[in-house]
Design a protein around this ligand. Sequence first.
Ligand SMILES: C[S@@+](CC[C@H](N)C(=O)[O-])C[C@H]1O[C@@H](n2cnc3c(N)ncnc32)[C@H](O)[C@@H]1O
Length: 305
Amino acid sequence: MTPDEPETLVLHLRAARLKARELAVAEVVALLRDLDAQPANGGPLAETRGVAWVSLPAEHKATAAARLCRLGYSEAVDIVESPGDEHPERPVRLTRWRRRAVALRSVYSEPDPLLREDAPDRRTFLLQCGDGMVRPVVGYRGGGRVLEHRALPVVDARLLVNLVHAPNRGVLLDPYAGAGGVVLEAVRAGWSTVSLDSDPSLRFGLAAFGAQHLVADATALPLRPRSVDAVATEPPYHRSAKHDVSASIGEMARVLRPGGRASLLVAADQLEGLTEAGRAHGFQLDLATAVDRKGTAVACLVMTR
Ligand SMILES: C[S@@+](CC[C@H](N)C(=O)[O-])C[C@H]1O[C@@H](n2cnc3c(N)ncnc32)[C@H](O)[C@@H]1O
């Protein structure tokens, strides 16, 4: 590549999120926002399923490569180089792009099986059981009632945390913390994490994941205005929760500092109402898109205060 040409990153999407290209790109762009990363329209391997591209100025190549870790929707990322530039210690794949030979050097790779250990069905969660005793439960996936479906897949939890990435981190709030998927990822990404859930039986498990935990209502957050730097969360999907989830958007706006971001994975039929609520509470809308995956129809919403 010539020195003034932007660098191209090639993202290889995870098998379970092969069609979620917009979100996979948004995740990497968010992680590299301060390095001027941008979605790119094309790149090598265009004929391959589940590939997407991000470009960034050449001077940020090394910083960007070092920063990519714990990705949700991409299982691997390559950087495009001239065939002579390869680093012998990194795997390289040769291909052609724009009528010339290029080398794809791997800068991130974390195949799905490596995520299995952190998956909700393998994790241990400290749960207060019906008899009042607190017990470690392996594979706890949430209660069965309509407002209680929990245990987000690791890839979605990572996506939500990465979409609100800030170079200096700070305090991240999950006001619908459930079985703690987002909380675990936020702690691991270096955030001081505040988790909140109205269900008191979750308080030991969430605190054990390293969060400061509050048993409270997301529609009346016991937090000072502008006291958190980011929100990442998955509110309840059920129709009966629509009103409360909308009301909690106003609370997120109140406690977020100006410039802070909120990422939400929501039921698809809540998206329009929540987008409106976000605008009404002074949020700028960054992204509102359906997530192409199996199961309940969901959408991802990202807003800036
Ligand atoms: C979809 S689950 C969150 C799942 C979580 N992301 C995970 O990975 O386990 C929604 C959670 O919101 C909680 N919840 C429901 N209404 C609430 C409210 N008004 N305030 C706070 N938490 C609430 C439920 O107890 C449930 O744990």
